[in-house]
Ligand binder design. Structure first.
Ligand SMILES: Cc1cc2nc3c(=O)[nH]c(=O)nc-3n(C[C@H](O)[C@H](O)[C@H](O)COP(=O)(O)OP(=O)(O)OC[C@H]3O[C@@H](n4cnc5c(N)ncnc54)[C@H](O)[C@@H]3O)c2cc1C
Length: 416
């Protein structure tokens, strides 16, 4: 017989969405348990080393505030964040403090492996923790697993794209001479993408994408995988450090363990090639060294739930507003293409934003299940805009608040 833990709200996944959901719900005075299969919190933001936060301001005002704002302020106070770039370690520390202060019961190394569903309601989930199975009973559940694990195990409607976006293994380099690196970018603009940062100030967070001639040459000489199209890095708050987002892993399915393992191996091989390319005379990288490789593959897209409302690409393009809006975003449709598809970057008009309705957070056919973050209810196109960390944080906080209201007011999610 599995040991039983009773809670008001159970949340699966301690990425940015699950963290914000848990903090918000626990602050309403409820018992909240947050379950995470990895030994640490943060999901993609820490384990995959994803940084910086993508744009979430309109006319200088943030579209996502709340717990996300506290997380950013906490990181800035500890010198772990400059502009929109942050350190994964500091993210982990600040998020842990927020969870502890709110009184969330955090269970790491704990994988949700089964869901108990009684017609339209979930009654509990089973969690495997170090060989022991624990049953967690709750009134409300939030799927913040990134992969819609809870919804999938509950047999609730989900969708998985035939094509998933390319994956990446992030890595960091240290001892980068940014002054030299940025002079090179300024002197050779045609060797870089126009969206490279025009800030030639090494004390700020800069992003640089290109090195197109070096990449072409390396392809010709078979020194670099053809999957790598360009080199892209953003600087980090730690002086001399850069975070690289250019390993390009194609043809893998992020819901399959075997694919993730293969992607990890291919990612490490691409990293070795990219580091060699940079150290081979690229200005600013002469003394640079590989500092850190992410310990999990960066997975952009897997399974998505089907909610009472499904966000569409048209909602993003037309900057649609909803009466029951709970989240706002301004990031455009950004698809990292597979083998036989082009990359897409479709911005929305400057100064505009779109909204996401409460209905999109409620999983169809189930009474007490919300979904937030990467596994949100959206078409592939809309997902490609909504998947960024600030919007995932906003969805998480909204889901936490809605779940808490349902418990406190003895209402169903749809009545809130
Ligand atoms: C390569 C890449 C580059 C990106 N670049 C940017 C960027 O520059 N800026 C930006 O803002 N966003 C970026 N993103 C998007 C962003 O990082 C993610 O979409 C976001 O962090 C997702 O947060 P989440 O909380 O929804 O999910 P995740 O961070 O994936 O967290 C889900 C958590 O659930 C846990 N989990 C899963 N299954 C179970 C289970 N059965 N039991 C218990 N726990 C479970 C996982 O271990 C994980 O920790 C990028 C993403 C990738 C992959």
């Amino acid at each position: 017989m599995a040991a039983l833990i009773k809670s008001d709200i159970a949340i699966v996944g301690a990425g940015i969405a699950g963290i914000c959901a848990a903090v918000r719900a626990a602050r309403e005075g409820l018992k909240v348990v947050l379950i995470e299969s990895f030994p640490y919190i943060g999901g993609m933001a820490t384990g995959a080393l994803v940084s910086p936060f993508m744009p979430h301001h309109v006319k200088g005002k943030p579209l996502v505030a709340g717990v996300f704002e506290e997380l950013k302020n906490g990181m800035r106070a500890r010198k772990g964040m400059i502009d929109n770039g942050f350190s994964a370690d500091v993210f982990r520390d600040v998020a842990m403090d927020l969870l502890q202060d709110a009184g969330v019961k955090l269970m790491t190394d704990a994988a949700c492996i089964e869901v108990h569903r009684d017609t339209v309601r979930l009654s509990g989930i089973d969690v495997l923790r170090k060989g022991e199975i624990l049953r967690i009973a709750a009134e409300q559940f939030i799927d913040a697993s990134g992969d819609a694990v809870l919804a999938c195990l509950a047999d609730a409607p989900c969708e998985i794209s035939k094509k998933q976006q390319a994956m990446t293994v992030f890595f960091h380099m240290k001892n980068v001479d940014f002054a030299r690196a940025l002079n090179y970018v300024r002197d050779e603009p045609n060797n870089f993408f126009p969206w490279s940062s025009k800030l030639y100030d090494p004390s700020r967070i800069v992003s640089v994408a290109g090195y197109l001639s070096e990449v072409r040459e390396a392809h010709k000489q078979d020194r670099l995988s053809d999957a790598v199209d360009y080199v892209f890095y953003c600087s980090l708050p730690e002086p001399g450090k850069a975070s690289f987002n250019c390993v390009n892993l194609l043809g893998y399915d992020g819901t399959r363990r075997a694919d993730l393992q293969k992607a990890c191996t291919e990612g490490r091989s691409q990293i070795a090639d990219i580091v060699r390319l940079l150290k081979n005379g690229v200005p600013g990288f002469e003394r640079a060294e590989l500092d850190k490789v992410a310990d999990r593959v960066g997975v952009r897209e897997t399974r998505r739930v089907t909610g009472d409302y499904v966000m569409t690409g048209e909602d993003i393009r037309s900057c649609r507003k909803f009466e029951d809006a709970v989240v706002r975003g301004c990031y455009g449709i950004d698809i990292h293409g597979q083998k036989d598809e082009d990359d897409v970057m479709e911005d929305i008009p400057e100064g505009e934003y779109y909204e996401m309705p409460k209905r999109a957070l409620i999983v169809r056919e189930v009474e007490n299940l919300l979904a937030a973050g990467r596994c949100m209810s959206a078409t592939r196109e809309a997902h490609a805009a909504l998947r960024i960390m600030p919007t995932c944080a906003g969805m998480g906080e909204a889901a936490g608040r809605i779940a808490a209201k349902a418990v406190l007011e003895h209402k169903t999610l749809r009545e809130i």
